[in-house]
Design a protein around this ligand. Structure first.
Ligand SMILES: Cc1cc2nc3c(=O)[nH]c(=O)nc-3n(C[C@H](O)[C@H](O)[C@H](O)COP(=O)(O)O)c2cc1C
Ligand SMILES: [Mn+2]
Length: 451
């Protein structure tokens, strides 16, 4: 069974030798981030910081530092994770409202809330301050009441004031825009320290109006239990470690940023919406979750991989049943690049897959390979590019496409050229065989002593 809260997942990681407790005093300013950076770069363990300077609250970090942990959190094999996700997308389970839950152990309202006493990390060198990066923001469409759940960064500006980056077409951005058109504050609740399936479900590219918590329920095999908030008309996951309630104020903008983003570069400071906090509720002895963003690959990237691959696989398979797997590698920030494995059934099918992809997910680079190539190994992917592709014949470049906002090389915000590489063998033509050594799978693991 996948884990229904953060704590049970941390326990499982510890039991698997994949969590280390940091007992010495650690500063939330850059030091927590440095530890997470190190563990992300070395395929290391998740971290539990037990003594953070200036706060009595523990911090978990690097919980998704690599894909292995994301797969473990879904309690399935590495090969099954994308399919488990794809299956869940077809069978969402509506949330179940319960009277109370652990996130209500302690209830603080109004001036009793002071976020500057919480161990919120400052991550990269030029970041403008501490950022809450692992919060699931819950909100409703102010007109039709449909729900949304997704991760957005929130900068802590003062005890009860947060800055937020959320623009349309992202759904929280649409909610903010609609509330502003009515000159109303938008109620928002942030859930920090939630079940891994909830975090991952938020990264599904769900259509507007679909509650991502329903997908989380399908992944968990049971509906996510939610409780009513204290000061806003919203429901939040009952097993969250921490809930922050408040409103995004209509028409108010204050400088937020810079912040080191998932492309590996800073996004500049400019005026953004502001959330005024009205309440904070939490578990007894809560665990704050930190999440590093920045140069790939970080937990920000890892969290997005499986849901984005599942979304894309479902889309492609409708037209191209020969697509066997999709990967969004960290190298592309999990958005700017994809690799597709295809068992082609017709001449030029790979080119059709390429153009479909280039127009639909904001990818700047798409590579299609035959299904004998391991698309999770970029060395193999580049081997296929170097040996199966002729650039004058197999590369497609499309100028001026609609893309993601954050590509630092884009000539114009949200617009860039895109490139597709067909690295499949020419369909139906004779091609040299791959030179393989027989019996390699029968040799024991030579890294283990005494093998
Ligand atoms: C750790 C993390 C932080 C993120 N921060 C932001 C952010 O600050 N602003 C934003 O627009 N998207 C952010 N995203 C991406 C959104 O969560 C993602 O695009 C999501 O699918 C948007 O969902 P929605 O349109 O349903 O709200 C973040 C993703 C992750 C994994
Ligand atoms: Mn949504």
């Amino acid at each position: 069974m996948p884990f229904h809260d953060l704590r049970s997942f941390l326990e499982a990681l510890e039991a698997a030798g994949d969590l280390v407790r940091i007992r010495g005093e650690i500063s939330p300013r850059h030091e927590i981030a440095a530890y997470i950076r190190r563990t992300s770069d070395t395929d290391g363990p998740a971290l539990l910081f037990e003594k953070v300077r200036g706060s009595a609250i523990r911090v978990a970090g690097g919980v998704f530092a690599n894909r292995r942990k994301a797969v473990l959190s879904l309690d399935c094999g590495a090969d099954e994770a994308v399919n488990a996700f794809a299956k869940a997308m077809h069978a969402p389970l509506t949330t179940r409202l319960v009277d109370s839950g652990p996130c209500k152990d302690i209830v603080l309202t109004g001036p009793a809330v002071d976020l500057t006493h919480w161990p919120v990390p400052t991550y990269c060198e030029q970041d403008s301050g501490p950022f809450i990066t692992a919060a699931v923001a819950l909100s409703k469409d102010p007109v039709d009441g449909s729900k949304n759940a997704s991760i957005y960064r929130f900068e802590v500006k003062s005890p009860r004031r947060l800055g937020v980056l959320a623009q349309p077409p992202h759904h929280l951005g649409i909610h903010i825009q609609k509330a502003e058109q009515r000159n109303e504050p938008l109620p928002v609740a942030l859930a920090i320290g939630v079940a891994p399936a909830v975090l991952m479900a938020t990264q599904w590219e769900a259509p507007y109006g679909v509650d991502e918590l329903g997908l989380a329920g399908a992944l968990l095999g049971r509906a996510v239990e939610v409780v009513r908030c204290e000061t806003v008309d919203l429901e939040v996951p009952a097993h969250a470690e921490i809930i922050i309630e408040g409103h995004i104020l209509p028409g108010v903008r204050e400088i937020e940023g810079p912040f080191g983003e998932y492309t590996g570069y800073y996004t500049p400071a400019y005026p953004k919406p502001v959330m005024e906090v009205t309440a904070l509720t939490h578990r007894r002895d809560p665990i704050f979750q930190a999440m590093l963003t920045g140069e790939p690959t970080t937990e920000n990237h890892v969290l997005k991989m499986i849901p984005m691959e599942a979304s894309c696989l479902l889309n492609l398979r409708r037209r191209f049943p020969g697509v066997t797997a999709v990967h969004f590698p960290g190298a592309g920030g999990v958005g700017l690049m994809s690799v597709i494995a295809l068992r082609p059934r017709a001449k030029n099918e790979a080119r059709s897959v390429l153009t479909t992809m280039l127009g639909s997910h904001g990818n700047k680079l798409v590579v299609v390979v035959d299904d004998d190539v391991d698309i999770f190994d970029l060395q193999q992917v580049m081997w296929a590019v170097c040996t199966r592709c002729q650039p004058d014949r197999d590369v497609i470049i499309l100028p001026r496409m609609m893309g993601w906002q954050l590509d630092p090389s884009a000539p114009e915000l949200g617009t860039y050229a895109v490139m597709g590489i067909d690295a499949t063998r020419p369909f139906g033509e004779k091609f040299d065989s791959v030179a393989r050594v027989p019996g390699v799978d029968k040799v024991p693991d030579l890294r283990k002593r005494g093998a």
